[in-house]
Design a binder for this molecule. Structure first.
Ligand SMILES: [Zn+2]
Length: 341
């Protein structure tokens, strides 16, 4: 049985405007045939469905959904927000993106696949309950986590966000709960001012939101160290029942939007680390959801590196090398009160 599921659907090209935004169908148009050709027969295709409004409203307000509908029919696609364009097919495409993640979650939970990658758009992690932003219409990761809670009664879900931007929307949804741990490693101050180390959750959620803003020019060594420390310490202590990855590829050294220096190979490395962690902690249940990545070439290379790693035979855990300047970010982090960092 194929244990890796991949979700691709040409209807994700329907959300598009001219002049072209950075977030456009070209991000996926060549990637789909590349994947079909390179991994022919090695993965299981999963078909998406549209998320229902009941499922969406677990995260987003009815008021916001109506705003999306109203702006979608205005002549100016940028009438709602300067980044987050809305046109007639936007809501249906966003519903198909969120619903694609739910279909994947079902397959992971029923064991049809062990892990999966939902190659969807538009992305989701910036979308807050009452507001879309940063190219994001519906928060795919948050809707998926809420669905896993109601449909499968999961009580400990990890959302690991390595997109180069802070996942402000996802953080917002789960800020006051300990049933979802949200970890975001992102370039400091890029696009949003949120995502500071002091944002650690509130109420029962205190200690379950973890933000590591990194310096620009951080690359593979520092990132690998940080993920190794987080996975080996905080994540092992939390013991999630499934790991959702908000997989953004805009931290790549060739991406136009960031200053970080991650190479294609890093995405292979971190996936190996996450996969091994999932194997040891939650029977391998692991779901990647595509977020950003705005240079189609580096996005393609890095997604292929991720899939290579997901398909690779099991290996012993990756050792991590000490990085003094990366460790300095953890030493005085306010979360030391809650976890060994
Ligand atoms: Zn991003």
């Amino acid at each position: 049985m194929n244990k890796l599921g991949i979700l691709m659907d040409d209807r994700y090209f329907d959300h598009a405007v001219e002049p072209r935004s950075l977030e456009n169908p070209k991000r996926l148009r060549r990637l789909y045939p590349l994947i079909k050709e390179r991994y022919n027969g090695a993965f299981r295709s999963v078909a998406p469905r549209e998320a229902s409004f009941d499922q969406i409203e677990q995260v987003h307000s009815n008021f916001y959904i109506n705003q999306v509908r109203e702006h979608a029919i205005k002549p100016d696609p940028f009438s709602y927000d300067r980044d987050t364009y809305l046109m007639d097919r936007s809501l249906a495409t966003a519903q198909l993106a969120a619903g694609g993640c739910l279909a994947m979650a079902d397959r992971v939970m029923d064991g049809t696949i062990r892990n999966g990658f939902a190659l969807i758009r538009p992305p989701g992690h910036h979308a807050e309950p009452g507001r879309g932003m940063g190219f994001c219409v519906l928060n795919n990761a948050a809707i998926t986590a809420k669905y896993l809670q109601t449909r499968y009664q999961l009580s400990r879900i990890l959302i690991l966000d390595f997109d180069i931007h802070h996942g402000n929307g996802t953080q917002d949804v789960f800020y006051d709960t300990d049933t979802v741990m949200f970890i975001s490693v992102h370039q400091k101050g890029l696009f949003l001012s949120s995502g500071t180390p002091g944002e650690i959750g509130e109420g029962k959620g205190r200690g379950h939101t973890i933000n590591i803003p990194v310096h620009s020019l951080f690359g593979d060594t520092e990132y690998t160290y940080l993920f190794g420390q987080l996975l080996n310490n905080v994540v092992e202590q939390y013991m999630p029942q499934i790991i959702l990855v908000s997989a953004g590829y805009d931290g790549h050294e060739d991406d136009p939007i960031s200053a970080t220096l991650l190479t294609t190979h890093w995405y292979h490395t971190v996936t190996t680390m996450i996969k091994q962690c999932a194997r040891d902690i939650c029977d391998g249940r692991l779901l990647y959801l595509l977020e950003g990545g705005y240079n189609p070439e580096s996005l393609e290379d890095a997604v292929l590196a991720t899939i290579d790693s997901l398909l690779a035979p099991e290996q012993p855990r990756v050792g991590i090398f000490h990085s003094t300047r990366a460790q300095a970010l953890l030493n005085h982090h306010p979360l030391n009160e809650f976890w060994t960092l």
